[in-house]
Design a protein around this ligand. Sequence first.
Ligand SMILES: CC(C)(COP(=O)(O)OP(=O)(O)OC[C@H]1O[C@@H](n2cnc3c(N)ncnc32)[C@H](O)[C@@H]1OP(=O)(O)O)[C@@H](O)C(=O)NCCC(=O)NCCS
Length: 209
Amino acid sequence: MKIVVLGASGHGQVVADVIFQMWTRGREMELVGYLDDNKALTGTRLLGLPVLGTLADLPSTPHDCVILGIGDNADRARLYAELTAARKRFVTAIHPTAVLAPDVVVGAGSVLCAGTVVNPGAHIGENAILNTCASIDHHCEMGAHSHVAPGVHLAGRVCVGEGAFVGIGACAVPGVTIGAWSTVGAGAAVTQDVPERVTVAGVPARPLG
Ligand SMILES: CC(C)(COP(=O)(O)OP(=O)(O)OC[C@H]1O[C@@H](n2cnc3c(N)ncnc32)[C@H](O)[C@@H]1OP(=O)(O)O)[C@@H](O)C(=O)NCCC(=O)NCCS
């Protein structure tokens, strides 16, 4: 299966590495290279893989599947919608060191980085990111296009809304909901529900500004 990584930034390279590590464990995944709209990257090599051009070059780039290497949730969601409408297939990238309970559901195009843990009954929507060493406890729900940053810990039955972002090292107590497209600041402790489209930070987490 030939895979193109869309986005060659730091996160794009992390995604490429996850797929490379899957390949080393026997998965039939061939990384073709990256496409990135930063034209200065075209022709360079990152992590040994070529940057083949911009996203407009996708039709002429041989591939079976794509994956998004873009950290920003709104940008990733927009591209996911465009590519889904164009009938592109998304691969799901799960690092070999990730630990998932057998009933965990992971949506298309999602990325589970090294050291992540997902406990029973959890559901991860499409095009989401579970970043390095984050843990998602039992019966959590991660919405489509959401992103849980490195070292985040969510207790049981936490709901992370569509497009929500949880910053590095934050945590959430059991059962709280983080509203769609909201941001939780680095190191925050979410102790009560967060509305949609707000930024909260601190211990306990409170709206910023
Ligand atoms: C919460 C966050 C989104 C706010 O960013 P911002 O809107 O640009 O806010 P600013 O940096 O202008 O800071 C505004 C105020 O909030 C405070 N603040 C910012 N982030 C904070 C945090 N994580 N915890 C507590 N206070 C924070 C600032 O000290 C500042 O306070 P002041 O007005 O008293 O000086 C950002 O600081 C953050 O935590 N991002 C997480 C990034 C991350 O985890 N990336 C991982 C990528 S994988």
